[in-house]
Design a protein around this ligand. Structure first.
Ligand code: F6R
Length: 606
């Protein structure tokens, strides 16, 4: 999604801004631009395409000055183009924007009546011209008056031509930070933008306005008061946010999973049992109060939630709903005072998940968020938070974040089962040991890459593929399917294996590839019957199963065997194979693995 940066200091602003924007490239974008306050006023360079295209343009049109703003745009209103790229400029100011202005058309109509002309198709140009029309010479006062008219979500960074050396910024529903060194000030929509320059930053609260210069940061509350600045230190390092010798961030992040899992799980084990008391400040009594759980998330995080549902229902015998956040928020969900709303999000900024959290809170329901990014909106607004420790996830396709989310689902399921007296302390200890054992086994599974690479050569020109699974393997297959389709552009569908014959089996013809995930001992005979159904219609089957399972070799073209763990823990290792499958297929097909087309890392619009 879009990225914002701003700089005020003594260096050439365009160099710093380009560097900062490169730290945000992973978020996904289709155009970029920079404005700098030069000797001759605000000057702007924009370009459709990657940052390199902008850097090339800056060679022929250099921007010299020490204060500026920059942006990477992920198109919402208006196609990716030079014209629609940010910044949007008027005589008085230049503005970059993340988010969506929902009432832009009404504001635009009024501005047109009063003589403004529009060149782009963006809602952002409307915001720039609204602020221009309201400008009184006092940026903070003007921004506040603009806020009264703007509906929707926004983070803005603004350069005013008559206020050299200062960047103004504000936010509503879209994240923004202000950062500093002794002699420089920065604005950014996300921590990786500033990591190469500083690790000291403050988070802007909703509707706060920041004025950032080389001398430091000033914040203004909506009532005009100035809060004491609460500085944070980014715990993520520059190295973590770099490829470290791997060809892609995605592969690096796949290989980081054993560590990410240990970092997340180990601090939450005490006396061999799960405990969220010390690490997350969640009292023991917390877990006893719920008679239902509703898990809300999007995409990959929702797939972790689907496994969470299966685990909690199986172990704790508490009914769990798992809902897509964008559906949950508009379906008037049934939530009782004893429902726990459990939100899962890597970024902590996904607009629909954040809105779902707010809806639950408005109804007085207890909310618990599982979030990877500290200080993100969801982490700050939820009643309780379990932080996952995956470190920065840069590749657009989520891998290590999914695994750590899943590991937390196991711990929560054990905890709820204990609290509800569905399992004894000893059983909980055994389960916890089982999880740790599964985490150890991930190292072994990561060695299967070469085997997978060899097999998937046949997927070079593939158009469609089906995943089949039952029980936990079905939920896992959904994640495998999403991963493969989002980065390799192969159309994939995941089916509950028993459901295929109710319609979709008509698509299975000679040579259609099927990935059959069969790691559940109890479901193996049923699963193999389903595999045979597609095999006898010509499917080309890649079977992923547990070591020791006896399967007629005639029914598959290739079998990948996973370490034989207890059924319950097979998803912990099974997902690694599916991630490797997606990764190597995308590389084989020459896809831009880390930045798949049309996708954004953090989806901050509905
Ligand atoms: C897919 C992927 C997305 C995210 C989804 C939610 O690989 O990354 O499906 O899982 O956009 O994002 P978060 O977890 O940041 O709320």
């Amino acid at each position: 999604m879009c990225g914002i940066v701003g700089y005020a200091g003594s260096r050439e602003a365009s160099d710093v801004l380009l560097g900062a924007l490169s730290g945000l490239e992973y978020r996904g974008y289709d155009s970029a631009g920079i404005s700098v306050l030069t000797e001759n006023g605000i000057d702007t360079v924009k370009s459709k395409g990657r940052l390199q295209a902008l850097a090339d343009r800056l060679k022929t049109h250099p921007l010299s000055g020490h204060c500026g703003i920059g942006h990477t745009r992920w198109a919402t209103h208006g196609e990716p183009s030079d014209l629609n790229a940010h910044p949007h400029v008027t005589e008085k100011l230049s503005l970059v924007h993340n988010g969506i202005i929902e009432n832009y058309q009404q504001i635009k109509n009024k501005l047109v009546t009063s003589g403004y002309e529009f060149v782009s198709r963006t809602d952002t140009e409307v915001a720039a011209k609204l602020i221009d029309s309201l400008y009184s010479g006092d940026p903070v006062d003007t921004i506040r008056r603009a806020q009264e008219q703007l509906e929707g979500s926004y983070a803005f960074a603004i350069l005013f031509a008559d206020h050299p050396g200062t960047i103004y910024a504000t936010r509503k529903g879209s994240p923004l930070i202000a950062a500093k060194t002794e002699t420089e000030g920065f604005i950014a929509s996300d921590v990786p933008a500033i990591l190469q320059y500083t690790r000291t930053y403050v988070l802007l609260e909703e509707l706060q306005i920041a004025a950032v210069s080389a001398d430091g940061i000033s914040l203004f509350n909506p009532d005009g008061s100035q809060p004491v600045l609460e500085y944070r230190t980014a715990s993520w390092t520059v190295e973590q946010a770099q490829k470290g010798g791997y060809p892609h961030f995605m592969l690096k992040e796949i290989y980081e999973q054993p560590k990410a899992l240990r970092d997340t799980v180990h601090p939450r084990i005490s006396d061999g049992l799960p405990s969220f008391e010390l690490q997350d400040d969640i009292p023991e009594g917390f877990w006893k109060q719920f008679e239902a759980v509703t898990i809300v998330a999007c995409g990959t995080a929702m797939h972790a939630g689907m496994l969470g549902k299966a685990l909690i229902e199986k172990l704790a015998r508490i009914p769990v709903e798992c809902d897509i956040a964008s559906e949950f928020r508009y379906r008037d969900p049934i939530l009782t005072p004893r429902t726990l709303v459990l939100l899962i999000s890597q970024s902590g900024e996904t607009a629909d998940t954040l809105a779902a959290l707010r809806l639950a809170k408005e109804r007085g329901i207890t909310t618990l968020a599982v979030v990877n990014v500290t200080g993100s909106s969801i982490a700050r607004e939820a009643d309780y938070v379990i932080h996952t420790y995956a470190g920065p996830e840069i590749a657009v396709a989520s891998t290590k974040a999914y695994s750590v989310q899943l590991s937390v689902m196991y711990l929560i399921a054990f905890k709820l089962a204990l609290a509800n007296r569905r399992i004894s302390g000893e059983e909980a200890q055994n389960l916890t040991a089982g999880l740790l054992h599964a985490i150890d086994a991930t190292e072994q599974v990561l060695t299967l890459g070469a085997d997978i690479q060899e097999y998937i050569k046949r997927y070079q020109t593939l158009k469609d593929l089906f995943f089949l699974g039952r029980g936990l393997d079905y939920a896992l297959s959904m994640e495998g399917s999403l991963k493969l389709k989002e980065i390799s552009y192969i159309h994939c569908e995941a089916y509950a294996a028993g459901e295929l014959k109710h319609g979709t089996i008509s698509l299975i013809t000679e040579g259609v590839p099927v990935v059959a995930v069969a790691t559940q001992s109890a479901l193996l005979p049923k699963m193999i019957s389903n595999v045979k159904e597609v095999h006898s219609r010509g499917a080309d089957i890649l079977l992923i199963c547990k070591d020791g399972f006896e399967v007629d070799p005639d029914v598959y073209s290739k079998c990948i065997r996973l370490p034989a763990l207890d059924d319950l823990f097979m998803p912990v290792i099974g997902v690694l194979v599916l991630q490797l499958l997606a990764y190597h297929t995308a590389v084989l097909r020459g896809c831009d693995v880390d930045k798949p087309r049309n996708l954004a890392k953090s989806v901050t619009v509905e």
